[in-house]
Design a protein around this ligand. Structure first.
Ligand code: NOJ
Length: 635
């Protein structure tokens, strides 16, 4: 660390003010427009380039990255500035190989497998020149109408903290100087997941109590895991936009938590301070953000005003030095000053597909099973529904570099895993009866498009579509058992359709291997173990419904099925499926629960004292399987 500091101070001492301010700016690089990137380096002296074709990278077509072109731009930057560029890209849950959406990954409760997946993701992305990515997304999310819930770890701060640690360690590793490691970014700091009504970019109202008990924990965990960057969020909290809040960025994140990397704004978060009513113009927006501790401006072009602001005495040069110092430190720690270039290596994509498949099967949640699953591998199956041969939706939002060819559909997965099964399928739903009559069992492959999930893609209703409801009801008419394979990016309201199914396998958007993973569970090659990290409401109107609600004087949240006057009159108070719910093919017996200290108080816990809870878990069924043992604490 001492050496790093020394090196950074040396570099800093040779930089002009223009060079310093340049480091605080991120511009765009389009692979097809490299000259523009070089121009930006020459004229604006940028510190980072984002590999993106638009502000909506998650749901619009994006050009790919290429190592040789990135090397060319990096060489230009080294010659021109003597300082390497951080090339950022949204590599959220996969690169060429796509892994499950983070909300699904969280249901695996398998930190080791998540970490391994992000090691592979870092390898694939770094091989094309990406050295910084904007993940993990750590927004506690209680509202499935919000399209961005797909990127989140769900509603639980502890699960969020475990995800933070796994993703950061997977991406950055123990030695960030290695080519296959990339800089992580914990986002969106903070409270963006509370967006009012689930509408994207909306305001939030978060008390300090809620901030500290729910929203901050995952960011603290990311910082403790060594995350090098944090992204400030778009939202305001109780009237104060985060991206101009000294309290949140400087006092809480940097000073109190001790985050020692740098903060980058979200795309437009600085300039939007004008719309949010706290800044008159771009210059004032820059003044507010830099003085609040926001180090790098993502494609807002507001930090161009910093020179004027220094001249006017509104920004202290030490403030600029501190931000530059933080950015240079990350570049030194990432080994970019020593070797900024990429030497592509051969990647074993087959191995990555295996990991993706394993994580996909552990992320699936079996919601219902009236003894029908697993199926025998020589079943006669009617396979119906819009997700039967769909590929793109299964990859989910926020995947920019996917390979559609290598994406396994539900249809292909069943053929791969059960080659002796007979599959009857119809794309014309009027003819589905003919397929069902010829079959023993019906599998309905249902779901939603990736285009109704992700950024700026919220829904007013989380009911499944009328067309799909119709398919479900009609499928039931033939007297065959009906299995639902549900491919959604969020939890949806299943109360109205649940009775029509004999089994429901919740398959989310699980990435490149969705079809194989689903088929492995359907035919018993894998036993389901996923437990949902988000509560499934019965109907949209129950939102927000989350398990870790603080206690009220009367029980308003009928979480565990308690019906009382405070719940709604027109729907049961309990959730459709609670947080932590998920069935298996086997059965378990829990016994011998022991707590080694039942008299501990909060002060002792704060001082680091622990309580050991143990339980014997016995697999009493007919399948080898794994069980996620859950322990809840109530204060
Ligand atoms: C806006 C999104 O909110 C953020 O998550 C993403 O990383 C940036 N755009 C860059 O694309």
């Amino acid at each position: 660390m001492k050496n790093t500091n020394k090196r950074v101070e040396e570099i800093l001492s040779k930089m002009s003010l223009k060079d310093k301010i340049g480091q605080l700016n991120q511009d765009i690089i389009k692979v097809s427009e490299l000259d523009k990137a070089k121009k930006a380096i020459k004229e604006k002296r940028v510190g980072s380039l984002i590999l993106s074709s638009s502000a909506f990278a998650g749901n619009e077509f994006q050009e790919g990255a290429k190592a040789d072109l990135i090397n060319e731009v990096q060489k230009y930057a080294m010659d021109e500035l003597g300082i390497p560029i951080l090339f950022g890209r949204d590599v959220i849950h996969g690169h060429k190989t796509v892994y499950p959406i983070p909300l699904a990954m969280a249901a695996s409760f398998n930190s080791d497998l998540i970490k391994k997946s992000y090691e592979e993701i870092a390898l694939e992305a770094s091989n094309e020149g990406v050295n910084w990515t904007f993940t993990p997304m750590l927004d506690v999310s209680r509202d499935p109408r919000w399209g961005r819930i797909i990127e989140s770890p769900g509603e639980d701060p502890y699960v969020g903290a475990k995800m933070a640690e796994a993703v950061v360690k997977g991406l950055q590793g123990d030695d960030l100087t290695k080519q296959e490691k990339i800089v992580a970014c914990a986002k969106h700091f903070i409270g963006y997941g509370q967006s009012e009504g689930g509408r994207d970019y909306h305001r939030t109202e978060i008390s300090d109590y809620t901030l500290r008990n729910y929203y901050l924990k995952a960011f603290k965990a990311a910082s403790e895991a060594g995350v090098k960057t944090v992204m400030s969020s778009f939202n305001e909290i109780s009237g104060q936009p985060v991206s101009s809040s000294k309290y949140l960025m400087q006092d809480v994140l940097k000073d109190e938590i001790g985050f020692d990397g740098f903060i980058v704004s979200d795309w437009g978060a600085i300039v939007q301070l004008i719309n949010q009513g706290v800044a008159e113009d771009e210059k004032e927006a820059a003044y507010l953000s830099i003085n609040a501790g926001l180090d790098m401006d993502m494609v807002d072009y507001c930090y161009g005003y910093l020179e004027e602001l220094i001249e006017e005495g509104k920004v202290d040069i030490e403030t600029i030095n501190e931000s530059v110092r933080r950015i240079l430190t990350v570049k030194v720690e990432a080994g970019l000053f020593d070797n900024p270039y990429i030497t592509p290596v051969k990647i074993d994509y087959e191995k990555h597909a295996e990991t993706s498949c394993k994580l996909a099967s552990e992320s699936m949640v079996l919601l219902k099973n009236e003894g029908i699953l697993p199926l025998s591998k020589d079943s006669k199956i009617a396979l119906i529904g819009p997700m039967t041969t769909e590929k793109r939706a299964l990859l989910g939002s926020w995947t920019l570099d996917f390979d559609l060819e290598k994406t396994v559909t539900i249809f292909d997965g069943i053929k791969n895993i059960a080659p002796n099964a007979t599959i009857e399928t119809r794309s014309n739903y009027d003819e589905m009866g003919a397929a069902i009559r010829k079959s023993d069992v019906v599998i309905l492959a249902l779901g939603e498009s990736d285009q109704v999930t992700g950024e700026a893609r919220s829904l007013a209703s989380i009911e499944i579509s009328d067309m799909q409801k119709d398919i479900i009801k009609r499928a039931k008419l033939y007297g065959k058992k009906v299995i639902g394979v549900m491919c959604f990016g969020r939890c949806v309201a299943l109360e109205s359709v649940e009775p029509y199914f004999d089994a429901i396998l919740y398959a989310w958007h699980l990435g490149s291997q969705t079809g194989n993973a689903a088929a492995k569970i359907i035919f018993g090659d894998e036993v389901p173990s996923g437990k949902t990290a988000v509560t499934f409401p019965r109907v949209t109107g129950q939102i927000p419904l989350y398990y870790n609600v603080s206690s009220s004087g009367r029980n308003v949240n009928g979480y565990y099925g308690i019906e009382n006057l405070s719940n709604y009159e027109d729907v049961k108070g309990s959730p459709m499926y609670p947080f932590g719910y998920g069935l298996s093919y086997t059965t378990y017996n829990y016994s011998n629960l022991k707590v080694d200290n039942t008299k501990i108080n909060l002060c002792d816990i704060e001082k680091g004292k622990c309580v050991k809870v143990s339980v014997d878990v016995k697999n009493t069924g007919n399948y080898d399987a794994k069980e996620i043992v859950q322990c809840y604490v109530m204060m």
